[in-house]
Design a protein around this ligand. Structure first.
Ligand code: PGA
Length: 264
């Protein structure tokens, strides 16, 4: 894993946008996350698109997850949120922005179809991820199989409580979701997890320096062969080896690209 520590949430967003930009070309498959943390990154990508610096033309996107029971036009469905916050402001073809079908009365089939659609698209080149205060990624809650594929998940009470800020009341938060699994995330070409603020510090310490355990689902990234974690100083403050992670970045060899691979 590469750990990039930034002075502010704005710098986290700039670095995340830099890395995502390295993947942009027709045919690229992007994995998108919802939640508050990616918003600044999306703003930066929108700005760069509007200024003609980058283009999403010819790319395909797959959202990480979707609530079960919210219609696509509901303003908290991730189908709606990803368009409202990001994809309607960039030059991606809306028909190529996918999310699991949270209204399918047989959600387990919708989950299987989604996993197959990702595979048919050639797999995700770069997967953007946030992290929950309980260490979840996507909606993979504690005790998720480390090899799980896209499936139905029951939300943890901590997640329901964390996400209630987006709804009128906690009772309105759906209790189930379809989420890409940890095994799905492990198959991505590059996993890019971003976190800001002291509220994420414990989850980041567990992800980066704790054991690989389904109790901190994000720790599965230790098994990913090209994972990058970008954090601000608040989210980094419980990391014991932060000086070393800074040194690794400063000493990055010239030949190594931001996408984690040798520059051609
Ligand atoms: P947040 O959510 O970015 O809104 O904090 C992250 C997550 O739950 O994955």
């Amino acid at each position: 894993m590469e750990i990039l520590i930034r002075r502010s949430p704005e710098e986290v967003a700039t670095t995340a946008a830099d890395i995502i930009s390295t993947h942009l070309k027709p045919g690229a498959v992007l994995g998108l996350a919802t939640g508050s943390t990616p918003l600044a990154t999306y703003q930066e990508l929108i700005r760069r698109t509007k200024e003609g610096e980058i283009s999403f033309a010819g790319t395909t996107a797959f959202c990480l997850d979707e609530y079960i029971g919210l219609p696509p036009e509901h303003d908290q469905s991730y189908h709606y949120v990803i368009r409202n916050e990001f994809t309607k402001h960039i030059d991606i073809n809306d028909a190529y922005v996918h999310s699991p079908d949270g209204m399918n009365p047989r959600p387990w089939e919708a989950a299987e179809q989604y996993e197959k659609a990702i595979v048919s698209a050639g797999g995700i080149d770069i997967q953007l991820l946030g992290i929950g205060t309980n260490g979840h990624v996507g909606f993979n809650e504690p005790a998720t199989s480390l090899r799980s594929l896209t499936r139905v998940e029951t939300l943890h009470s901590q997640t329901v409580s964390d996400n209630s800020r987006f709804f009128d009341s906690v009772d309105d938060v759906p209790r189930y979701a379809i989420t890409q699994g940890l095994g799905t995330i492990l198959r991505s070409g590059q996993a890019l997890l971003i976190a800001t603020g002291k509220g994420k510090a414990q989850a980041i310490a567990s992800l980066v320096e704790g054991p690989v355990t389904s109790q901190c689902p994000a720790s599965v990234l230790q098994l990913h062969n090209n994972a990058t974690v970008i954090v601000d100083e608040d989210a980094a403050f419980l990391l014991k080896e932060s000086d070393y992670y800074r040194h690794v970045e400063e000493a990055r060899p010239d030949w190594k690209g931001l996408d984690g691979r040798p520059k051609l």
